[in-house]
Design a protein around this ligand. Structure first.
Ligand code: AMP
Ligand code: ZN
Length: 497
């Protein structure tokens, strides 16, 4: 299998990826907290890992991809402060917490489908794994790294840090981390300022609660990912992913929990996506700068100049490497829309080309250039999934394809092998690895048939010099966003504007 390099947050370097079991990849990605709609920032992370998942499959790995649904236990503050997100929303919307969970899980799946993200192979829920979480909390208590106060179980960070570096993932010393936290002021039942809850005692009015050895309560947020990743991927697995914002707390605590219970580092490669920002500020629910995917697809948000299709948005994201920040703007989305159209048009032409005979290329230099650019797809994707560079190589090939289309360059300049390679790799990358789809309207075969019929009627009208009818067809289709072009050879083609 081709050598693949991935940037591991743990070592802060690019490393050659070697799976635990040859030919197999175990990957866990933190999923959404389903108490409200996912915003476009969340989608960036899920799209990035979808492309990573797709690339592993393309390389021939068998992937077990686990992405959880957080449907319990996530408090408003990431460090056990505030209200339970589900209970609060349930009270506001006057629904059962599980109705909230159901509503936003379905919404999340719909959005993932619109973006053409493949479903994970396992999608476990926190509420479906209460027993596993209790068992793990008990294991950590038994090993001496957690303590119980009044029905709540806390992880003892300072004790753990005496044996293993707690801040290993973000390369921070305990003293530095302690500086960033507020004083407990004697009010808190925790022993240490960085201690976090594995299990939280529920008050009688709390809507979601379960029996445990420590009384009625609910799990802390961090324990769910440790318990579920162990259950489906083992005590140690290949890849754990999520947004960079999760590294300092959630993922740091996941490592500590697994080490404290199983005495082994749970993850070999930690992969973190960078943030989607708006005017340089991280998109988040709390900052109030979040676009919902639905608002993008309809153009209904006041900051949007127009509607953008899911594939347009996906393409916009692919143009930036997953570890760089990506700033949202109308201009960038519109540029991406044009770019995607240009690329798909070139592909649609490329796909139709064929060379009958094997033989040397008519233009050796051009043939070599094409081969080099096509080979760069795999090279750049295998260099920490650099989608941006793959697209740059593709865009360098577009003028070559267009010159063949315009007949300024003869197809026989290329060898049959080179043409076939370019066709295959374009197809692999655009659809299998990048998960793009042809613009939906063009996908619809019935619509294609109807437009073809209108083109035929227009051709007949033109041949009879009935320009009223032929112009009417062209103009009305244009109003619907479908452009008919008269080709030099007398034929007609159409595209969605
Ligand atoms: P949450 O539902 O808040 O737990 O977030 C789900 C995923 O989205 C996590 O992996 C977060 O790190 C990620 N995420 C949140 N905000 C952003 C953002 N602005 N850009 C990229 N990823 C984000
Ligand atoms: Zn998680």
């Amino acid at each position: 299998m081709r050598e693949l390099k991935v940037y591991n947050s743990l070592s802060r370097t690019k490393e050659i990826f070697t799976p635990l079991i040859s030919g197999h990849v175990g990957m866990y990605v933190c999923g959404p907290t389903v108490y409200s709609d996912v915003h476009l920032g969340n989608c960036r992370t899920f799209i990035s890992f979808d492309v990573i998942y797709r690339y592993f499959r393309y390389l021939g790995y068998k992937v077990r991809y686990v992405r959880n649904i957080t449907d319990a236990g996530h408090l408003e503050g990431d460090r056990d402060e505030g209200d339970d997100k589900f209970s609060k929303k349930a009270r506001v919307e006057q629904l059962e917490p599980m109705e909230i969970v159901q509503k936003y899980t379905l919404g999340f799946h719909k959005v993932m489908e619109l973006f053409n993200n493949l479903p994970p192979t396992i999608e476990p829920t926190a509420t479906g794994h209460i027993t596993e979480q209790i068992r793990m909390a008990q294991c950590i208590i038994d090993n001496g790294y957690a303590y119980v106060v009044n029905g709540t179980v806390y992880f003892d960070v300072e004790k753990y840090n005496k044996e293993k570096p707690y801040g290993i993932l973000t390369n921070r010393k305990l003293e530095e981390l302690l500086e960033g936290t507020r004083d407990l002021g004697g009010q808190d039942e925790k022993k240490g300022r960085l201690d976090f809850a594995l299990w939280i005692k529920a008050s009688s009015e709390h809507l979601m609660q379960w029996p445990s050895p420590w009384g009625m309560g609910f799990p802390g947020w961090h324990i769910e990912c440790s318990a579920m990743s162990e259950k489906y991927l083992g005590k140690q697995f290949d890849i754990h992913g999520g947004g960079m914002d999760l590294a300092a707390t959630h993922h740091t605590n996941e490592i500590a929990q697994s080490e404290a219970c199983y005495h082994t580092a749970p993850v070999r490669y930690w992969l973190h996506t960078n943030m989607l920002t708006v005017n340089g500020v991280r998109m988040s629910k709390s900052a109030g700068n979040g676009f919902l995917p639905g608002e993008l697809f309809t153009g209904s948000h006041p900051l949007l100049e127009k509607a953008y299709s899911p594939m347009n948005v996906r393409f916009f994201m692919l143009q930036t490497h997953y570890r760089s920040t990506l700033d949202f703007s109308n201009e960038a989305l519109q540029a991406a829309e044009k770019g995607l159209k240009r690329l798909l048009e070139a592909y649609n032409h490329l796909e139709k080309l064929s060379i009958d005979t094997k033989g040397p290329a008519g233009n050796k230099e051009l043939d070599e250039k094409v081969r080099k650019l096509v080979n760069e797809f795999d090279e750049n994707m295998s260099d920490d999934f650099n989608t941006a560079k793959v697209l740059a190589s593709m865009f360098e090939l577009v003028p070559v394809i267009n010159s063949i289309k315009d007949k300024t360059v003869d197809l026989s300049s290329l060898s049959k092998d080179t043409l076939t390679l370019m066709q295959e790799k374009f197809k692999n990358y655009l659809f299998d690895v990048f998960g793009l789809k042809q613009v939906t309207e063009t996908d619809n075969s019935k619509l294609q048939g109807v437009i073809q019929l209108l083109i035929d009627i227009r051709r007949e009208a033109k041949s009879k010099k009935d320009f009223v009818t032929s112009d009417k067809i062209r103009n009305q289709l244009l109003q619907l966003g479908i452009a008919i072009k008269d080709e030099k050879d007398g034929g007609m083609s159409w595209s969605v504007e």
